[in-house]
Design a protein around this ligand. Structure first.
Ligand SMILES: NC(=O)c1ccc[n+]([C@@H]2O[C@H](COP(=O)([O-])OP(=O)(O)OC[C@H]3O[C@@H](n4cnc5c(N)ncnc54)[C@H](O)[C@@H]3O)[C@@H](O)[C@H]2O)c1
Length: 236
């Protein structure tokens, strides 16, 4: 199966309209793409629609976007509870609930219904795309495209390949992230937490260690304390 060149990507499907999916959809619409946001929950879709409209209005009020650009972005967005729009999607970003069974089912349907050239990316923070690649039936066209919260603001996008991901899929996904105005980082191996969350986890552990009583001083510091002259008995 051939993947599209970046120039041929016109329609992007975002699956899931929660905290991440709704903003990823708006990022893509602001970058000039036609976007369908799909969710099984009509309530979530309605909430996403009104939140995105308010965000655009706020951006206009703050002078971050012109009213014409905001209207145009809104006009490029559609909201659906069914998956019909996948039939002419060139690129899919799955941002549904973080459950493997749900994602595998979604990727099986996407694999069946999407045009052969479409790339299927997952925004999952913890599930590598290798876990859904087989279900899609097109493993070379599957990768993680991991945005950070809030997706409208955060510049970093991690593109994580699995062992089957083709170079064309990687290159197209990296370039799409750039066209979204993001700064993509390529991760060539599926490692738990990818890179940014893994680093954040390590930093938090180090920073919170003393508060949780688990902090060990560096060896030099411990020796220094042991060798220090002891205060006279009874002294503080
Ligand atoms: N929240 C974050 O900070 C964050 C950051 C980066 C990545 N992520 C990833 O993004 C994904 C979504 O996270 P979120 O925080 O937006 O979740 P969320 O709970 O806000 O939204 C998930 C949405 O998926 C919908 N959904 C469930 N099953 C579906 C299906 N079969 N088809 C279509 N839609 C379906 C739900 O109705 C809901 O609207 C997860 O994979 C998560 O790991 C989250």
């Amino acid at each position: 199966m051939s993947t599209p060149s970046i120039e041929n990507i016109r329609h992007i499907l975002v699956v899931g309209s929660g905290a991440m999916g709704s903003q990823i959809g708006l990022v893509a619409a602001l970058a000039g793409y036609r976007v369908t946001i799909q969710d099984i929950s009509a309530e979530m879709l309605a909430a996403a629609k009104s939140q995105l409209a308010s965000r655009l209005q706020a951006n206009v009020a703050k002078g971050k976007a012109s009213a014409a650009d905001a209207d145009a972005a809104l006009a490029r967005l559609s909201f659906r509870t069914d998956l019909a729009a996948v039939a002419d999607a060139d690129f899919v970003i799955e941002a549904a609930t973080e459950r493997l069974d749900i994602k595998q089912e979604i990727f099986a349907r996407l694999g069946e219904l999407a045009p052969p050239h479409a790339i299927l990316a997952t925004n999952s923070s913890t599930l590598g795309s290798s876990k859904v690649a087989a279900a899609s039936g097109r493993p070379t066209q599957v990768c993680n495209m991991h945005f950070f919260n809030p997706a409208l603001v955060m510049k970093c996008v991690e593109v994580v390949r699995n062992e089957a991901t083709s170079q064309t899929t990687v290159d197209t996904t990296m370039e799409l992230a750039r066209r979204f105005g993001k700064e993509p980082v390529l991760i060539n191996r599926e490692v738990p937490g990818f890179v940014a969350n893994r680093l954040m986890g390590a930093i938090q552990k180090e920073a919170l260690g003393p508060a949780r009583g688990r902090h060990r001083q560096p060896r030099g510091h411990r020796l220094h304390r042991q060798n220090r002259a002891r205060p006279p008995h009874g002294a503080v």
